[in-house]
Design a protein around this ligand. Structure first.
Ligand code: ADP
Ligand code: MG
Length: 397
């Protein structure tokens, strides 16, 4: 545990984060509430987290001087940017506690390794991945065509750097597979069978250095165009037995990975009549996640609070959700009128509705598809938050 007062050398206990986006901003806010100073390493001079942090180290993620400065300032370091070079985390870990660790972040950065690990612990997690094949060579592509016809129709996904539905091509027929792989630049991929999804959900788990684990109840997520649009977080958003299984699976995965920090595990819910037992593990994010933003307003400890506690070695409170909630992402599209003119939405009208909690990330420029903020609606029951969420959706178009 780090003291939050000034030490003999006049330094303040400082927590560091790699990446300056909105996740970093909300992490910084949570760390500051506990009296910590914060340091953000992020090249953009106007980043959401850099603007609110005590220290902003404005270098690239692999800049030796920037990393040395971060290590010198901070008692512990985390990442909000999933694609931070694994070597960066290795370097920092030489001198400072880094959570999550380089190895597990490396696994989450690569769908091939990620699926291999999910498969390796399927007996303890009780969940499997969608049927898939690795395609890294023309020979593997041919093997899929010859022997894995059951994977089509499917989705070809790049092993690395995919997010918000980017780096994916839907493949209907065997004849279209080679062209899809060419479209993705013949980079390492996985071909995944297209499953009949009835829903998607995610679970946030936090695990400490000592192995203590706490978790939030699973939330149901709705994606539009590959980007998270809505999170439903209230009792009844998911069938209870399924929610229990998802939560247990996520905890088992965090333990299996010897994970430290906040981990988000995403699941598909598949037609119950299927051979997959209703629940399929999709992917994981080695950090707080957009689907957990509702925890800021609806729970007595947020996912960002837990990240601070986990990395700083503080006890992890088992979070309690006190209000049913719906989270609506606010993409830059909402900032543009039908005529294409930029205009800030009328937040006053939104905030007049009961239980609305507006979060804006302070991004300098609104762009279509860009996450500008989110709105959490809390209320006494699921029906009332649903009614308000509908009203907000109408207002924002
Ligand atoms: P990303 O890294 O972009 O989030 P995902 O693998 O989570 O990539 O895919 C994005 C979305 O595409 C999912 O949330 C889901 O809606 C859909 N999707 C992905 N894989 C499948 C699949 N095997 N079957 C059906 N839908 C899928
Ligand atoms: Mg996803």
């Amino acid at each position: 545990i780090f003291p939050s007062s000034t030490d003999a050398a006049g330094q303040r206990a400082t927590l560091g984060v790699l990446g300056g986006g909105q996740l970093g901003r909300m992490f910084v806010h949570a760390a500051q509430r506990l009296g910590y100073f914060t340091a953000v390493l992020e090249p953009d001079p106007q980043s959401p987290a850099g603007l609110v942090s005590h220290h902003h180290i404005q270098t690239g993620y692999d800049d030796p001087a920037g990393l040395a400065q971060l290590a010198q300032l901070c008692q512990a370091i985390t990442t909000e940017f999933e694609n931070v070079p694994a070597q960066t985390l290795h370097t920092l870990a030489q001198t400072r506690p880094v959570a999550p660790g380089a190895a597990v972040v490396g696994i989450a950065q690569n769908r091939i390794e990620e699926k291999a690990r999910f498969t390796a612990c399927a007996d303890v997690s009780g969940v499997s991945c969608a049927p898939y094949a690795v395609i890294e060579t023309p020979a593997q592509l041919q093997t899929v065509l010859d022997e894995r016809a059951e994977l089509l129709p499917g989705i070809l996904k790049t092993a690395r750097m995919g997010y918000d539905g980017k780096g994916q091509v839907r493949v209907q027929t065997a004849g279209a597979l080679a062209a899809a792989w060419a479209e993705l630049g013949h980079t390492a991929c996985v071909l995944e069978k297209m499953l009949p999804l009835t829903a998607e959900c995610s679970v946030l788990v936090a695990r400490g250095w000592d192995g203590q684990v706490v978790s939030f109840a699973p939330q149901r997520n709705v994606h539009v165009g590959g980007i998270l649009a809505v999170t439903h977080a209230y009792e009844g958003a998911l069938p209870p037995a399924l929610a229990d299984r998802a939560r247990e699976a996520a905890v088992a995965i965090a333990r299996h990975l010897d994970y430290v920090g906040v981990l988000c595990v995403e699941f598909f819910v598949v037609d119950d009549g299927s051979e997959y037992g209703g629940l399929v593990v999709n992917e994981m994010a080695p950090r707080p996640h957009n689907s957990g933003h509702y925890t800021l307003d609806a729970c007595d400890a947020s996912q960002f609070d837990l990240q601070v506690h986990a990395m700083a070695g503080l006890p992890l409170p088992q979070p309690r959700q006190h209000s049913p909630a719906i989270m609506l992402n606010l993409l830059g599209d909402v900032w543009f009128a039908a005529d294409g003119q930029l205009r800030e939405p009328d937040w006053s009208a939104v905030l007049r509705l009961p239980g609305t909690h507006l979060h804006l990330y302070g991004k300098v420029e609104a762009r279509a598809g860009r996450k500008m903020g989110h709105l959490t609606i809390t209320g006494p029951d699921a029906a009332s938050v649903t009614t308000v969420a509908r009203r907000v959706a109408e207002m924002l178009g």
